[in-house]
Design a protein around this ligand. Structure first.
Ligand code: TNX
Length: 589
């Protein structure tokens, strides 16, 4: 495959389009201070305008556990509001995050200050007393929160900073779409009144980014983390190594990155993360309550490592670098002791750089390492991970290997009958569900989707949404399901805009599968709630696929995403949304 890498989509500030929108001043982003003043005075002048909220309290994705609207209690953010927060370093960090989210569009200063002594209109309270009512001991509750919106105050209460953070993401969605603008927008910032009490269904909610087939910069990865955080996903699995490239520096085996990191699918330059780069990624993730799960894929998918160190190869002969998209041909020699030095050194260094509890050892598609040779290799790798004090995760092919404490299988099959995985679960394994035909974000939406695969079928938004992790795999009860992950393989994905195009709108669908209780979710309501996110993505400069299944609101005339990704990624013109029209057709007006 030889694709020309394209550059990412440029941010496009979006003006509000709702019924309450006041005309926005035309200001370039470079004059933010003056623009802020202008926005504030314009907002004050617009005081006589209606201040109805632009969204309903229930218009949140993923759907909250409980929503009680109180229409008489709508809140309007005052220009002089401070964010008041419990005196706790992690909670203050969340308050800072909220202020950073709100400042660009509102133009308000939003200082962050401790709570108590002074109360104030925006309050983030960390409270050991369960904020969620009597069922506070249910799993996942550590991430729960309560949001109270009244006429004079918006209060988020949670037992942990992670809960506060999720509450902030909910508050963000309850503000008008223009809150995503990077430049000030003159309007009332109204939040609908009432109470939301919320907690996740599953503790592990993730997405995977394959940085091996195509390399993505630290900035790209950080933006992907921001996308996860928006929808309350809390794990980013990084597929760091594969045949086409080794993407993480390892001091004890330096050629892995400097030689193995050159190249990618189609022959581009590739790249790798230094330890400092990787620390920036895990740090950015941690501040958004996202845990990074690093994967070193073994014993197959290792051509890049063999190019760098032929001593790991069967026959000790270096293969040529690989820039194609086949799988299953490469492997490190499971009969050589040196191979296990390599595994221990690499996993040791990656673990030392990774604050989270997980180490993913791959294990998929090692077609040339069979039977006892394969399970023996996996069992040694599992022991190495356990010896590092981490919990091993592997693709479900590792199921036949012996059980180690806490072991997690990532299931990517397409047929819910998998007796080998069910048997491993009986022996104590837990499962992350990534069904290829529902959760694989590299599958095309429709036959004419310009990038992506279709080996697991086409995945439109309904297919991404319409499955239940509790009953999906025969013999795997809900107690064994740690959660859900949406993998994005990048054989055909070359830019941030293309990542976003495949993420949106399916990532929010999978986030709802992972977060929301079955009683809180349903397709009809979901597609309505999701529709309101189109204007948010436009305002944030996020490329997305205008899926014809979703009743997107009309875009203001002339406002489209730039076609940096592809013409097909544009927002649909209103006339393209007519039933029966193909919304992926490029807008050629
Ligand atoms: C299968 S799913 C793979 C990857 C490919 C992907 C393409 C899995 C564990 N392995 O190597 O990139 O299909 O969809």
């Amino acid at each position: 495959m030889s694709r020309t890498p394209r550059t990412g989509v440029a941010p496009v500030p979006e003006q509000p389009s709702g019924p309450d929108a006041a005309p926005a001043p035309a200001v370039p982003p470079t004059v933010t201070l003056a623009a802020g003043t202008l926005a504030r005075s314009a907002a004050q002048a617009a005081g006589r305008l209606l201040t109805r909220p632009a969204v309903g309290l229930g218009d949140v994705v993923p759907a909250p556990a409980s929503v009680r609207p109180q229409p008489a209690a709508d809140f309007v953010l005052p220009a002089d509001a401070a964010v008041r927060v419990s005196a706790d370093a992690d909670a203050r960090e969340v308050a800072g995050h909220l202020a950073e989210l709100l400042r660009p569009a509102t133009g308000y200063p939003l200082p962050v200050a401790d709570l108590p002594p002074a109360p104030g209109p925006l309050q983030l309270t960390l409270s050991a007393a369960a904020p969620h009512g009597p069922a506070a001991t249910v799993p996942g509750d550590a991430e729960g929160y309560r949001l109270d919106v009244g006429t004079d105050v918006v209060r988020i209460t949670a037992g942990t900073a992670a809960g506060l953070f999720h509450g902030v993401q909910t508050l963000r969605q309850l503000l008008p779409a223009a809150v995503e603008s990077r430049t000030p927008v003159a309007q009332h910032w109204v939040v609908p009144g009432g109470t939301i009490v919320d907690r996740p269904r599953f503790p592990y909610r993730g997405a995977m980014l394959d940085v091996a087939r195509h390399f993505f910069t630290v900035e790209d990865v950080c933006r992907v983390i921001d996308h996860l955080a928006r929808y309350k996903l809390n794990h980013l699995h990084l597929h760091l190594t594969d045949d086409q490239g080794w993407r993480i520096a390892v001091d004890s085996w330096p050629r892995l990155a400097t030689v193995g990191g050159r190249g990618q699918v189609g022959g581009g330059p590739g790249g790798w993360y230094t330890a400092a780069d990787y620390r920036r990624i895990v740090g950015h993730a941690a501040r958004r309550h996202v845990t990074v799960v690093p994967e070193v894929d073994l014993p197959g998918h290792t051509n890049a490592a063999l190019v760098a160190y032929p001593e790991l190869a069967p026959g000790r002969v270096a293969p040529p670098p690989y820039t194609g998209t086949e799988v299953g041909f490469s492997y490190v020699d499971p009969t050589a002791e040196r191979t296990y030095d390599f595994v221990a050194d690499v996993l040791g260094e990656v673990a030392a750089l990774t604050p989270g509890p997980w180490l993913h050892i791959g294990g998929d598609e090692a077609y040339k390492v069979k039977g006892a040779s394969y399970t023996g290799f996996v069992e040694r790798a599992q022991r190495i991970v356990a010896g590092l004090g981490r919990t091993v995760v592997g693709w479900h092919q590792i199921a036949p290997a012996g059980q180690v404490d806490g072991r997690v299988l990532q299931w990517w099959g397409t047929d819910g009958d998998d007796p080998t995985v069910a048997e491993a679960v009986r022996r104590g394994a837990r499962v992350i569900l990534s069904p290829g035909n529902h959760a694989y974000l590299d599958m095309k939406y429709a036959p004419d989707t310009p990038i992506g695969h279709d080996w697991a079928g086409l995945i439109d938004v309904h297919r991404a949404y319409h499955w239940d992790p509790a009953t999906h795999l025969t013999g795997v009860p809900v107690e064994a399901v740690l959660g859900v992950e949406a993998p994005l393989w990048t054989e055909s994905v070359t830019s941030l805009a293309e990542i976003e195009f495949l993420f949106f709108p399916r990532l929010p669908a999978l986030a709802e599968v992972a977060w929301s209780a079955p009683s809180a979710r349903g397709w009809t309501g979901f597609r309505e709630r999701l529709a309101g996110h189109g204007p948010r993505w436009r305002a944030a400069g996020i490329a997305f696929h205008p899926s014809p299944e979703i009743p997107w609101p009309a875009a203001p005339a002339g406002r489209h995403l730039p076609d940096a990704a592809a013409g097909e990624h544009r927002d649909p013109a209103p006339e393209q949304r007519a039933p029966g029209r193909d919304a992926t057709t490029p807008d050629t007006r």
